[in-house]
Design a protein around this ligand. Structure first.
Ligand code: NAD
Ligand code: GLY
Length: 347
């Protein structure tokens, strides 16, 4: 068992332990007094893990109703959020009760936003069940839903009361979803931790499970440091977006269909590294990315991607911030005019 204390404006623990889903009741009771909760989950995760969670909650005297919505990004919207609010009213949830997000980043983001806004804020616990959610979205307090104008455009900063990471739950993940999380793990190695990158490059999609607890711990600890320094995303936190500006553009170019976020991040990291870094770093990154069956480039022409970059949240009216890793384990934030970025990337 390992745990990490995240020292944000509202401090909380991340508990990392195989099999910890079955101890959730006990872990939650140690930080939350209420005996009434609503579990929010998607239909896939519900079938796999709701029973184990409710049993554990019952043992600790916590009663929980379950709100289930269809899996996938297309559910992370105001319509589902409205249905969650209606369900909370129906179940008589008060300010002293709490929500539990059981699932991937979609469940975590929408549940966190519901917790931030229902009754002007109630407690919530994150139980992330994808690798991406364990190493990234469940920690740091960013919550959001998508609107027709764009992804994650409506949200709030809301830190959870507790995060429980059970790497056993990752064993049921489809390989594509595991790869998606590995893109973020490789990102952490590139921006902050040469040793983590070396672990990634000496393994592959088939044998990475053996070292999963260590990987999850290392990534969350990096995220902790970054978020503690810049909780509200005004500067350093931007390094977490290495590969993401181009990655989001590639995802957008594919209309967010048949192209995962992890594929976008992987291709985006390789594209920016090829443009700005030495060939030995490029070769190592590409080989590592390929070991997890992720792409190193895209068929999308650069001139068609750049307009998508201009819509990125890290893009101000005429300037853009992008992240470069001149060496493995070290990231730099660079800011330039959008026109100059376009010229550099097309060159
Ligand atoms: P997801 O939540 O859609 O999960 C991916 C798929 O895996 C879903 O179909 C889900 O049902 C299934 N699944 C989840 N756990 C499973 C398990 N243990 N076994 C089998 N199947 C399982 O996607 P995701 O990749 O976890 O998260 C992506 C979302 O996270 C995006 O909406 C993104 O914007 C958000 N995000 C947020 C942050 C943040 O800081 N808040 C950071 C990164 C990403
Ligand atoms: N996933 C990026 C962040 O939390 O800032």
């Amino acid at each position: 068992m390992k745990y990490i204390r995240v020292g944000t404006s509202r401090p909380y623990d991340v508990h990392i332990e195989r099999g910890s889903l079955k101890k959730s009741g006990e872990l939650i009771s140690a930080v939350i007094n209420s005996k009434k909760a609503v579990i929010v989950t998607d239909d896939t995760v519900d079938k796999l893990y709701s029973e184990a969670l409710t049993k554990s909650l019952e043992k600790s005297g916590i009663s929980a109703d379950i709100f289930v919505f269809p899996h996938g990004e297309q559910s992370k919207n105001l319509h589902t959020l409205g249905n969650i609010f209606d369900f909370l009213c129906e179940k008589g949830i008060t300010r002293s009760d709490f929500l539990i997000a059981l699932g991937g980043g979609v469940v975590g983001d929408i549940t966190g936003f519901a917790a931030a806004s229902f009754l002007r804020g109630i407690e919530f616990v994150q139980i992330p069940t994808t690798l991406l959610a364990q190493v990234d979205s469940s920690v740091g307090g960013k919550t959001a839903v998508d609107i027709p104008g764009g992804k994650n455009l409506v949200g709030a900063f809301k830190q959870p009361a507790l995060v429980i990471c059970d790497s056993d739950t990752l064993k049921t993940l489809p390989e594509e979803e595991l790869a998606c999380g590995m893109a973020e793990v490789i990102k952490y190695g590139m921006i902050r931790d040469k040793n983590l990158f070396e672990v990634c490059e000496t393994r592959n999609i088939s044998n990475i499970h053996e070292v999963m607890d260590d990987i999850v711990y290392t990534c969350i600890d990096i995220k902790r440091q970054v978020v503690e320094n810049d909780e509200f995303d005004k500067g350093e936190r931007m390094i977490l977006n290495f590969g993401h500006t181009l990655g989001h553009a590639v995802e957008g170019w594919h209309n967010y269909t048949n192209y995962t976020h992890g594929m976008g991040v992987a291709a985006g990291m390789c594209m920016i590294t090829r443009r700005f870094c030495d060939s030995d770093i490029v070769m190592r990154l590409e080989k590592c990315v390929e070991a997890y069956k992720l792409p190193i480039s895209t068929e999308a022409p650069m001139n068609e991607l750049l307009p998508f970059c201009a819509k990125d949240k890290k893009c101000e009216s005429s300037s853009i911030s992008y992240i470069v890793c001149p060496e493995i384990g070290n990231a730099e934030i660079r800011k330039t005019t959008t026109a100059d970025f376009f010229r550099l990337m097309e060159g």
